[in-house]
Design a protein around this ligand. Structure first.
Ligand code: NAP
Ligand code: MG
Length: 398
């Protein structure tokens, strides 16, 4: 059989530990036998990040901006223990943070649904995609424990020295106070990524904040979304047969629990953090969750939602069998190949991405699974296998 050809290479960002092992297995077993794979390879493994003073991460992100589509393996974000383990020169920042800062994107996460693994919310028939605004708010707050009595003021100082101030609270005793910020630029980038992604995937877009209480702060988010929708996306949404819908966060939560899924749910930073954990647990497992970073100018970086699965890696190093679930990493590859195919107009490659996902879902539905799914899949005669055999079962179907 002739291999499927590509035009433009993908930016390939390799990573660490168990996911690095799985990365190579996916390429060897389910992709390269079928596709003449073209990538530009960047080794974001911690050792190489350290050798290059993390320049490799910056180079990979910049190249992604040029080529348009990347696929990334999970990577270690170093902490004190990793400093010793890898004898590092510096405690390098999270690669995902560095890449996000360069691409200025929004992360979209959605569960991979298979028959037999029912979400705990029984009416969810189609995946719900969460778009989290990953900038500012409480994640970059300034706070005090107030040893009152005291008065807290909010003061704005302009470049010309002019000031505006409001009293936040007059404390009679001890308490706490917190300052938050965001910028129009970041909210606009968030909004345009959300509208673009909804159009791309032909799904409705929901957005929710608490603007009845936070009239100016959350109100600003609502205004920016509405203005962008009216001026740039209304016609495109109508043509695609999808809708944009704004509601209060509490109303959205109630509606989501009664919905059948199949939409994009845009959320502020904190709401998105909390709700994506809720969604992942309601759907079973982080290993069955896809994740893609979309920049406002339409650059895509696909990855898994989970980390490097360290505990499995240490067992693997001791020579033990590991049954780590490769689905999220495999879907990062299929997502990137599909996007590349669409941009380069390669229908054969696009069909391959669809078939790869279908084959892997069917493999699970027929009962061949990795260990983590054993308690989740409702089926008799399950066949729990190691990662390599799971991938070989998918390849056989392909
Ligand atoms: P993790 O790698 O997601 O793993 C946590 C646990 O979840 C695992 O021990 C395993 O549970 C289960 N799990 C996760 N993915 C699985 C899979 N594909 N198949 C089967 N089980 C899976 O999180 P972590 O242990 O907290 O973090 C490890 C490293 O990953 C850290 O160095 C962190 O910096 C990094 N990290 C990277 C990213 C990223 O690059 N996007 C994201 C998060 C964390 P059992 O052990 O019970 O089987
Ligand atoms: Mg969280």
């Amino acid at each position: 059989m002739a291999k499927i050809q590509m035009k433009t290479p993908l930016v390939e960002m390799d990573g660490d530990e168990m996911t690095r092992i799985i990365w190579k297995q996916i390429k060897d077993i389910v992709i390269e036998p079928f596709v003449d794979l073209k990538t530009e390879y960047f080794d974001l493994g911690l050792k190489h990040r350290d050798e290059t003073n993390d320049q490799v991460t910056i180079d990979a992100a910049n190249r992604t901006n040029e080529l348009g589509v990347a696929v990334k393996c999970a990577t270690i974000t170093p902490n004190a223990q990793r400093m010793t383990e890898y004898d590092l020169h510096s405690m390098w920042k999270s690669p995902n943070g560095t890449i996000r800062a360069i691409l200025d994107g929004t992360v979209f996460r959605a569960p991979i649904l298979v028959n037999g693994i029912k979400p705990f919310v029984s009416c969810w028939e189609k995946p719900i995609t969460i778009a989290r605004h990953a900038y500012g708010d409480v994640y970059r707050d300034t706070e005090f424990v107030v040893d009152g009595p005291a008065r807290a003021d909010l003061v704005l100082t302009y470049p010309d020295g002019r000031t505006e101030s409001q009293t936040i609270f007059e404390y009679k005793g001890a308490g706490v106070v917190q300052g938050l910020y965001n910028t129009d630029k970041s909210i606009e980038a968030f909004a345009s990524s959300c509208f673009q992604y909804a159009l791309d995937t032909k799904q409705d877009l929901w957005f929710a904040t608490k603007d009845t209480i936070s009239k100016k702060y959350d109100g600003r988010f609502k205004e920016i979304f509405q203005k962008m929708y009216d001026e740039q996306y209304k016609d495109k949404f109508e043509a695609a047969g999808i809708t944009y819908f704004y509601t209060l966060i509490d109303d959205a939560v109630a509606r989501v629990m009664r919905s059948s899924g199949g939409f994009v749910w845009a959320l502020k930073n904190y709401d998105g953090d909390v709700m994506s954990d809720m969604l992942a647990s309601a759907c079973g497992s982080l290993a069955m969750m896809t994740s893609v970073l979309v920049s406002p100018k339409g650059v895509y970086e696909y990855e898994a939602a989970h980390g490097t699965v360290t505990r499995h890696y240490y067992r693997y190093l001791k020579g033990e069998q590991t049954s780590t679930n490769p689905m999220a990493t495999l879907f990062a590859w299929s997502g990137a190949l599909r996007k590349r195919a669409q941009l380069d107009n390669l229908p054969e490659l696009e069909a391959f991405a669809d078939k790869l996902e279908k084959a892997s879902i069917e493999t699970i539905e027929e009962g061949t699974i990795t260990g983590d799914l054993n308690n989740l899949l409702d089926k008799e005669n399950k066949n729990v296998v190691n990662t390599e055999d799971f991938l070989k079962a998918i390849a056989a179907k392909l």
